[in-house]
Design a binder for this molecule. Structure first.
Ligand SMILES: Cc1cc2nc3c(=O)[nH]c(=O)nc-3n(C[C@H](O)[C@H](O)[C@H](O)COP(=O)(O)OP(=O)(O)OC[C@H]3O[C@@H](n4cnc5c(N)ncnc54)[C@H](O)[C@@H]3O)c2cc1C
Length: 469
């Protein structure tokens, strides 16, 4: 098909994202007989979970470094368009959006534009990591745990020699294990939630854990790693400041109360040359928002039991619909892929989905962020690193303008308007402004990014020329 000189491809199903959810969705849709295009901005399939060494430098035995590697090798056998960045979703009210894609290495000069108008679209774009700010978090040597994990998995590089891992959630455990394997000394793993909450979250309805026992086994393996290397795991404890001249050299850690407020008199310093911090994940929804999909109170895409979003013909699967881990992403991918291809999931596939959904509910109950973290901030603590906006700037901006509009407050303080466009600080800025204003009138706008990715002006101009030729 050709519109205004541009070739528009029309697969039955287009899947964006070749992580666990997208791989499973595309595979299921193909098996149901659909013509499928599966694409991903990364140079290889696997998403965040199956991040691995590049093909030109494979590990001798990659299988032992990953969970579910056999499932991955089966799924990666399908045709996948890699280095394919969706940068714009052109919205239509009655059908899936038209997607504009640039194909080629992100740092290359000759990316090729392609346009897709699929009959059905599955969005499986995953999540961003969430890191709460604290004094000194912008020092070199402070990493997000995901960045440390990515370097360990895809480069076998440790971010430091003496490393502390801190934040909230079971993700801290695989990060510590990966760091051990790259030769780093992990001096501790700090979980912000206390044992009572962890116990309540993980032990409720214990028989349900049987259904996901391989996941529990995976966690037990990480715990064994910590025990073998005598790495302390401390609950109700957090890094509340990082120190150093030009590079982190120590951190202050403190005990937290159940709301995550530091308990006075409990802080102590630990010397480190790197610290890895993660407080959870935020669904990556800019394409879904551009497509017009509805979001829930956690900023995740709302779906029905088949992965259908609120936009006709648009489905979503994986962390974009809520944070629940790779197994849930796989299960959601299968169901959404089948539905997008016009097929129906079996009872066993639906059972797998609900078992993994119950596992995900434990994660939130045990590890979700608590409001006392704002007690870690000083007025001069940077919140938006790109535009160097501090916690004090946000408070002063809200007081000076009297505005309750997120958009106007972001424009006046410049928080979230820098290079990352709020991908790192967006939720934090929203939460702080929510407090300072007594309630924002337009929460959730951070995710509205008309362009889903960086595009060169030359590429925009070339796309425009092609459309009008
Ligand atoms: C930094 C980070 C590291 C993580 N590491 C681990 C780990 O080691 N172990 C673990 O258990 N869990 C890890 N997780 C959690 C993990 O993301 C999930 O449990 C699982 O990978 C979710 O699968 P998914 O398919 O939903 O998303 P993902 O695996 O994140 O896959 C989403 C894919 O969509 C692609 N994509 C997004 N937007 C576009 C676009 N506009 N155009 C084209 N492609 C696009 C991305 O390149 C990505 O490959 C990590 C999460 C993050 C954010």
């Amino acid at each position: 098909m050709s519109a205004a000189g541009m070739t528009v491809e029309t697969p039955d199903v287009l899947v964006v994202g070749a992580g666990p959810a997208g791989l499973a969705a595309a595979d299921a849709a193909r098996n149901a007989g659909a013509r499928v295009v599966l694409l991903d901005a990364a140079g290889d399939a696997g998403g965040q979970y199956w991040r691995h060494l590049p093909a030109e430098r494979p590990a001798a035995n990659e299988r032992i470094l990953h969970h579910g590697w056999d499932r991955f090798t089966a799924l990666r056998g399908q045709e996948i368009l890699t280095d394919a960045q969706v940068w714009l979703a052109e919205r239509h009210d009655d059908r899936p959006p038209t997607l504009h894609v640039l194909v080629g290495p992100a740092d290359g000069r000759d990316r090729v534009p392609r346009t897709f108008a699929p009959k059905a679209l599955v969005l499986a774009t995953g999540a961003y990591e969430r890191t709460l700010p604290f004094p000194g978090w912008d020092l070199p040597g402070v990493f997000t745990a995901g960045a440390a994990q990515a370097l360990a998995k895809s480069e076998r590089v440790a971010v430091g020699r003496r490393v502390l891992v801190a934040g909230a959630g079971p993700f801290l455990l695989p990060v510590a294990s990966s760091l051990i394997r790259t030769g780093a000394e992990v001096v501790g793993v700090l979980e912000a939630n206390g044992w009572p909450r962890l116990g309540r979250g993980w032990s409720r309805r214990p028989t349900e854990l049987l259904a996901t026992r391989h996941k529990t086994g995976e966690l037990a393996g990480y715990v064994r790693d910590l025990a073998r290397h005598r790495i302390p795991y401390r609950a109700a404890t957090a890094v509340v400041a990082a120190h150093g001249a030009g590079q982190v050299s120590s951190v202050t850690v403190a005990r937290l109360d159940p709301r995550w407020a530091p308990i006075p008199g409990t802080s102590r310093d630990i010397s480190v040359d790197a610290v890895c911090v993660s407080h959870g994940f935020v669904p990556r929804v800019e394409l879904a928002v551009s497509a017009g999909c509805g979001l829930d109170a956690y900023g995740a895409v709302v779906t029905d039991h088949d992965g259908r979003t609120t936009v006709p013909g648009v489905y979503a699967a994986g962390e974009i619909t809520g944070i629940g881990g790779a197994d849930l992403a796989l299960a959601e991918g299968v169901v959404a892929g089948l539905a997008a291809a016009g097929a129906t999931a079996s009872d066993a596939q639906r059972r797998s989905l609900s078992e993994n959904q119950r596992f995900a509910a434990r994660l939130e109950a045990a590890h979700g962020i608590r409001p006392g973290w704002v007690g870690w901030l000083g007025d001069d603590t940077t919140v938006c690193r790109c535009e160097e906006v501090t916690a004090g700037d946000l408070r002063a901006g809200a007081a000076a303008t009297g505005s309750r509009g997120l958009r106007s407050l972001r424009l006046s303080t410049r928080a979230g308007l820098g290079v990352c466009q709020g991908r790192v600080c967006g939720r934090t800025v929203e939460e702080l402004l929510h407090r300072h204003t007594g309630g924002l009138l337009d929460p959730g706008r951070t995710e509205q990014r008309p362009l889903a990715a960086f595009v060169r002006l030359g590429e925009l101009a070339a796309a425009e020329e092609q459309e009008h030729s």
